[in-house]
Design a protein around this ligand. Structure first.
Ligand SMILES: *Cc1c(COP(=O)(O)O)cnc(C)c1O
Length: 394
């Protein structure tokens, strides 16, 4: 196939699977193990002298199809699937550091990533520094002799702060430090970190990749050499493998990634612009709003603004913010994101409750902030639900 655009790549296989008796949808190999024709074949497969499957913790054909698909979409050489986003994040971080090494992170990271960084520090003396990566001199100062990873999210949850991927990778390259990007919030449809020079991409496939709220999964994309190593050590021996059925569901979900993302973004953009005008709304955080400080960076490295919006309610406090959430009728109160349903959560008491109040406030996460994962419903219906809940408040 000649090079195709992402709207085509999400639907068609990179190498049409002739061996699957021309089945239009990928087959599900729901098996734990694979038998050998004879003992010698088993010996050769274990020795790596013959290609073929052995056992589904090592590899599985359906899981491999999902991995290949993600590698194509992210523009990387190879992918590796995990049982959850955290399975992927922890495997990548673990793979790049040794005792007493140092990790540099974006100012905000996913709550459980934060927890894993603390565990690395407590158990193995692997320290980390949170850094404003857009501040070039602060970033350069944070780099130490034992810094082995730059780890970041962009946009950062829930404030939507963006990081200039090209600026960070240029500094990291000079210092020969690999850059890992958690691309969960954007999906490869909106942002492709490898195109900006980053080395490794991780995803919680649970979110936009799945798109239907029915799978927990994770994936890593990187060079063939790196992925081979990650598979042999971190996945095979720690064992956070993705099931064939989950891979099959993800392959199904991915086919509609482009159309879903377009709708998520259109809805979110419309709702963000509308909320700015509402008297009860204090501040709206959305990357492509004209007065968002990093709107030009958003346009530079993202195709669209994404499906997530955070906002704060004027004159509210924690109780009033919770009351607003309870008054919503259509919008469900839930963490996670990227589902067809619009979801709302309260970062201070939910996703960021593990972060100390002082750190939270430094990140700009107040008690009156909520985060909306805008779904695929009619945008006026979503907005009307928010308005009726706001208007009930005294
Ligand atoms: C959800 C999420 C994760 C963790 O993924 P799981 O699939 O829940 O393990 C990691 N990073 C980000 C940005 C997420 O939103």
């Amino acid at each position: 196939m000649t090079k195709k655009e992402i709207e085509t790549l999400v639907i068609h296989n990179s190498n049409e699977q002739k061996e699957f008796i021309q089945s239009l949808t990928p087959p599900l190999y729901q098996t734990s193990t694979f038998y050998f024709d004879n003992a010698q074949q088993g010996e050769h497969r274990f020795a790596g002298n013959e290609a073929g499957f052995i056992y589904s913790r090592l590899s599985n054909p359906t899981v491999e199809l999902f991995e290949e698909k993600m590698a194509v979409l992210e523009g990387g050489e190879k992918g590796l699937a995990f049982s959850s986003g955290m399975g992927a994040v922890s495997a990548v971080l673990f793979s790049l550091v040794n005792q007493k090494d140092h990790i540099i992170c974006s100012r905000g990271v996913y709550g459980c990533t934060f927890g894993f960084l603390q565990l690395l520090d407590e158990k193995f003396g692997i320290s980390h520094s949170f850094c404003d990566l857009n501040n070039q001199s602060a970033f350069e100062k944070a780099i130490k002799g034992n810094t082995k990873v730059i780890y970041m999210e962009s946009p950062i949850n829930p404030t939507m702060e963006l990081i200039d991927l090209e600026m960070v990778t240029s500094i990291a390259k000079r210092n020969k430090i690999p850059v890992v990007v958690d691309n969960t919030f954007s999906s490869p449809y909106l942002q492709k970190p490898l195109d900006h020079g980053c080395n490794i991409v991780v995803h919680s496939a649970t979110k936009y990749i799945c798109g239907h709220g029915d799978v927990i999964g994770g994936v890593v994309v990187g060079t063939e050499e790196y992925i081979k190593q990650l598979s042999k050590t971190m996945r095979k021996d720690i064992g956070a493998v993705m099931s064939p059925f989950d891979s099959w569901l993800l392959l199904r979900g991915i086919k509609t990634l482009a159309v879903r993302m377009d709708r998520h973004c259109e809805n979110a953009e419309y709702i963000a612009h509308s909320l700015v005008e509402h008297a009860r709304i204090e501040k709206v955080y959305y990357p492509t709003l004209p007065d968002f400080e990093q709107a030009s960076l958003a346009r530079k490295q993202m195709k669209k603004g994404g499906g997530l919006i955070s906002f704060t309610i004027k004159g509210a406090n924690k109780a009033k913010t919770q009351q607003f959430m309870n008054q919503l009728k259509l919008i469900k109160i839930a963490v996670s994101l990227g589902d067809p349903e619009t979801l709302i959560q309260h970062p201070a008491s939910m996703t960021h409750s593990v972060v100390s109040e002082k750190e939270r406030l430094k990140m700009g996460i107040t008690d009156t902030m909520v985060r909306l994962s805008v779904g695929l419903e009619n945008r006026e219906d979503i907005l009307e639900d928010i308005y009726q809940a706001l208007n009930q408040q005294v």
